[in-house]
Design a protein around this ligand. Structure first.
Ligand code: ATP
Ligand code: MG
Length: 474
């Protein structure tokens, strides 16, 4: 999903930064800014095909088709964003975005399988089989528009609506980082750069376009994007880009919970969760995203930090091995120490274990979803993983057999292994389950029998007699 921001201050800062005009020229520049005119050529570098690494054959055919169709109809059409950045870095882009001077309605008319989505930021999705190409119209400076239907900012300077259209240059300087504002022209395979992105790419620098403070104010999610890209690309965050983050991190609290959940998915499920997590902590962002996780680390809850790190490592490994990952597992991991602590607190207050657990899970999730919306199916799944932790040790009779059949068994078992991996001692429980799964029916029965035998030996009279006239708390 793409988000831009109104940014005339930024435009000015950038123009100053790049042009350092003579005094007599500055009036002209201001006039041009007022009328949203851009000087063709200034700060615009074009890198021809022979001098960069983006190879046409790595570009999605669907994106090439979209651009060709736009060109044929007399529109401009460029590949932009992560698709260009990652291809230039010899990476594997996960999606391809196209920017054009055609309006969303014009794009919509051009492609049969397309639809306009978004209100705050209108884009067109063009579908080719399972692939979707996002086509966005060049955005422009907001202050040139008094039209609040198209452009709107909150009192804190946050972007609420962004549908003022412009040209390629205005579009470039309203993107977030210089390396995200490179435009690939499929007609001659050249790269167009208006913000120094090619140099930054070479230096492996993540640099915010314009004044970082203003840009974070307009859209605080850019702080999360900064750490995400720095971690994913192994780029250094430019000093000025990094400087305001810690102080401005609390602005994340103004972001709608649903959008933050989308960001969480990108932060932890793109294959770079481990370095991303470290950076989220380094820049004091985690405490505004998943406060319970940061608190667990700060309060030194048992195994909290190692568990989180292991969770991130395991997630990355699974993604790199093309294995399935579910956000539920990550949520279960990051909130587990908080649930354990809350459960202990409730038990101390006199609640029975099972009820204390349920309440604790309910409370911790309840607090988290105030920050980041989490679809019910994931919170439910996370709760099942937690609940099964208490059931995994109980294997007698038909219990083990029934547990393996549980659709959440695998996740719960992985969770147990992870807890053991970071040093929790469960007396070989994980190993027991590992072996159990390899056995046939007879072998499984033997394992369970041995277990009962062993436990009977140790604790011959385990069953306590229930005192008369008491009913069990359910
Ligand atoms: P990836 O898709 O690999 O996560 P990306 O750079 O393609 O990275 P998208 O979220 O797909 O990221 O956005 C596409 C492009 O839109 C970005 O490269 C950037 O130019 C612009 N963009 C996205 N979000 C913002 C934002 N919050 N502020 C300014 N520009 C943005
Ligand atoms: Mg993208």
């Amino acid at each position: 999903m793409i988000h831009f921001a109104p940014d005339s201050k930024n435009t000015q800062a950038l123009t100053k930064q790049c042009q350092t005009p003579h005094k007599h020229q500055s009036h002209i520049i201001i006039l041009k800014q007022l009328f949203n005119i851009v000087t063709p050529g200034a700060n615009h570098t074009i890198t021809p095909k022979e001098r960069h690494h983006l190879q046409r054959r790595h570009v999605s055919r669907a994106a090439l088709k979209v651009m060709a169709a736009l060109h044929e109809d007399g529109f401009q059409g460029y590949l932009v964003g992560g698709g260009v950045r990652d291809s230039l870095l010899n990476g594997h882009p996960k999606d391809f975005d196209v920017a054009t001077d055609a309006t969303p309605e014009q794009v919509r008319r051009l492609f049969r399988n397309s639809r306009i989505i978004g209100r705050r930021f209108k884009i067109v999705h063009v579908r080719f089989g399972r692939e979707i190409i996002e086509v966005t119209t060049f955005r422009a400076n907001h202050e040139a528009s008094a039209d609040t239907k198209r452009s709107k900012q909150s009192e804190e300077g946050m972007l609420l609506r962004d549908n003022v259209f412009g040209d390629i240059r205005s579009d470039a300087i309203r993107r977030d980082f210089t390396v995200n504002a490179l435009y690939y022209n499929s007609e001659d395979d050249s790269i167009h750069d208006f913000t120094g992105g090619m140099k930054d790419l070479q230096k492996r620098k993540l640099r915010m376009i314009g004044n970082p403070k203003i840009r974070y104010q307009e859209d605080p999610v850019r702080m999360l994007r900064a750490v995400r890209f720095a971690a994913k690309l192994d780029f250094e965050i430019d000093t000025k880009t990094a400087a305001p983050i810690r102080k401005m991190a609390p602005l994340l609290r103004n972001i709608p919970a649903a959008r933050l959940f989308d960001e969480i998915l990108k932060l932890f499920m793109s294959g770079y969760a481990q370095p991303t997590f470290a950076k989220l902590r380094e820049y004091q962002l985690l405490e505004h995203l998943i406060p319970a996780a940061e608190e667990a680390i700060v309060n030194e809850r048992p195994f909290a930090l190692p568990l989180f790190e292991q969770g991130m490592i395991n997630t990355d490994k699974r993604i790199h091995n093309d294995q399935r990952v579910t956000p539920a597992f990550i949520i279960a991991t990051l909130l587990w120490p908080a649930v354990v602590a809350e459960q202990a607190r409730l038990e101390q207050g006199g609640e029975a274990a099972a009820r204390a657990h349920n309440l604790a899970a309910h409370n911790v999730i309840g607090q988290q979803i105030q920050h980041t919306a989490i679809p019910k199916r994931f919170t439910q799944f996370a709760r099942e993983i937690w609940e099964l932790q208490a059931r995994l040790p109980m294997r007698s009779g038909k219990r083990a057999e029934r547990l393996v059949e549980n659709p959440r068994f695998r996740a719960a078992y992985d969770f147990l292994l992870m807890r053991e991996e970071v040093g929790e001692d469960h007396k070989g429980l994980g190993k027991w389950w590992t072996i159990y799964q390899t056995k046939d029916e007879a072998g499984r029965s033997v394992m369970v029998e041995k277990l009962q035998h062993g436990s009977q030996k140790r604790r011959p009279n385990r069953r306590r007699k229930r005192p008369k006239n008491t009913t069990e708390n359910s």
